[in-house]
Design a protein around this ligand. Structure first.
Ligand code: FE2
Ligand code: FE2
Ligand code: FE2
Length: 412
């Protein structure tokens, strides 16, 4: 089997759940932007295809925002000089991902003023879609103080008025007018309630057919999200990519092949996706963590598991990725699963994760030399924590794996 059936709409929703975790105080920003843009596009009688495109672009529009700090700037004022960086990063991420590359251009320009946009050599529909993302994004910033409260109904006219004052400069007048019309209905605002939002987004997926994605395409989606996670800290650059390569190679040495091999690599790419929720102040902290910080760090593998469970139905990927901090003695987290219940693939990803992390510098220590790492891993085997066969397979070709742990990969 060289491809897997997935529900791309659900995958985008689930991956958006992960992205939305970046702004911890503003969870669901991407989903709200998507739904508001979808409603405004409906008001303008856009085609079903264009509406779907704006819905998915809305969910992913901030995929270039890696840092909570950056997110804070973007939500504090209507315009911010540093906004371009995440637009460019987002475009670059999506271009590299064939199943989503059709959304790259509008995401590139989702903080560009309308008066600038009309001068750029872009198709008219791209301009409109990019500007609709900008408008919906700014509506969300202004409504943020009233979220999950009916007080938004009192604040709404002021929000509309403020945005209307930018009609023709920041925003396309046609879009502002459609929004102003819609904004008169209470339903437009109340639909932003987190429960309704999730329900509406899932329901929209009922009419979208499943897609059969070849593994290379699926891998690109996984890679896109691994990059977002790893970009949170300079210390974890390419961590997931390298873990995936090491895990794939180790799996091959155990005779794992075909769909299982592809899934090991994808699980490796996605194993830390739950870290999107951990503040970079914790990830970058030079000293040891406080109990509160450690608790925050430790929840990431459970979050990984839950997020992936939604994306991949009938797949081992959530388990293989989500159990990477378990150990044979059942002293890991989050499930306390013990050795016999841990698939070989889980054990491989655990070892690959530890090996790569030790080879890479962290804020609290430099990258370790190979011999020291092997010594440490063997000690962990003796303690009954790590799988001896996996560590032996790694030690057998230690130089190759050490290179993989430090290597840069051409993103093909
Ligand atoms: Fe945004
Ligand atoms: Fe982890
Ligand atoms: Fe990791």
């Amino acid at each position: 089997m060289d491809s897997q059936r997935i529900d791309l709409h659900s995958a985008i929703i689930s991956l958006t759940c992960a992205l939305d975790l970046v702004g911890i105080d503003e969870v669901k920003h991407g989903k709200r932007v998507a739904m508001m843009a979808w409603h405004i596009a409906g008001k303008l009688a856009w085609s079903a295809e264009d509406r779907l495109k704006i819905l998915h672009a809305g969910m992913l529009h901030d995929c270039g925002v890696a840092k909570i700090r950056e997110h804070r700037h973007l939500t504090e004022s209507l315009e911010w000089d540093g906004a371009e960086a995440h637009c460019e990063r987002g475009e670059q991420y999506l271009r590299a991902c064939p199943p989503l590359s059709h959304l790259a251009e509008e995401i590139r320009y989702h903080h560009t003023r309308w008066e600038t946009l009309v001068q750029l050599p872009l198709p008219a529909r791209t301009r409109l879609r990019a500007n609709l993302l900008f408008l919906a994004d700014r509506i969300d910033v202004l409504q943020a103080p009233y979220l999950a409260s009916e007080q938004i109904l009192i604040a709404a006219p002021k929000i509309v008025e403020r945005l209307q004052s930018y009609s023709g400069s920041l925003f396309c007048p046609e879009l502002v007018d459609a929004f102003a019309d819609l904004a008169q209905s209470q339903a437009f605002w109340l639909a932003m309630d987190p429960d309704y939002l999730d329900e509406d987004l899932r329901n929209l997926g009922d009419h979208i057919p499943m897609v059969l994605l070849p593994y290379p395409d699926l891998r690109e989606i996984a890679r896109l999200f691994s990059r977002v996670v790893d970009a949170k800290s300079p210390y974890t650059e390419l961590h997931s990519e390298r873990v995936a390569q090491i895990a794939r190679r180790l799996a091959q040495s155990f005779g794992i092949q075909g769909a299982d091999l592809e899934q090991v690599e994808i699980a490796g790419l996605l194993h830390d996706i739950g870290k999107l929720r951990v503040s970079e102040d914790i990830i970058d902290k030079p000293g040891s963590l406080t109990p509160e910080e450690r608790a925050c760090m430790q929840r990431h593998s459970y979050d990984t598991y839950r997020i992936l469970q939604r994306v991949f139905v009938d797949s081992k990927i959530p388990e293989w990725a989500g159990l990477h901090h378990e150990n044979l003695r059942g002293e890991g987290y989050p499930f306390k699963t013990i050795g016999p219940s841990l698939d070989l693939e889980c054990r491989i990803i655990s070892v690959a994760d530890i090996f790569q992390a030790l080879a890479q510098s962290r804020p609290y220590r430099a990258g370790m030399p190979l011999d020291d790492i092997l010594l440490y891993l063997r000690q962990r085997v003796a303690d009954g924590v790590l799988d001896g066969e996996v560590v032996a397979a790694l030690a057998e070709r230690a130089d190759v794996y050490y290179e993989l742990a430090q290597g840069h990969f051409a993103m093909d």
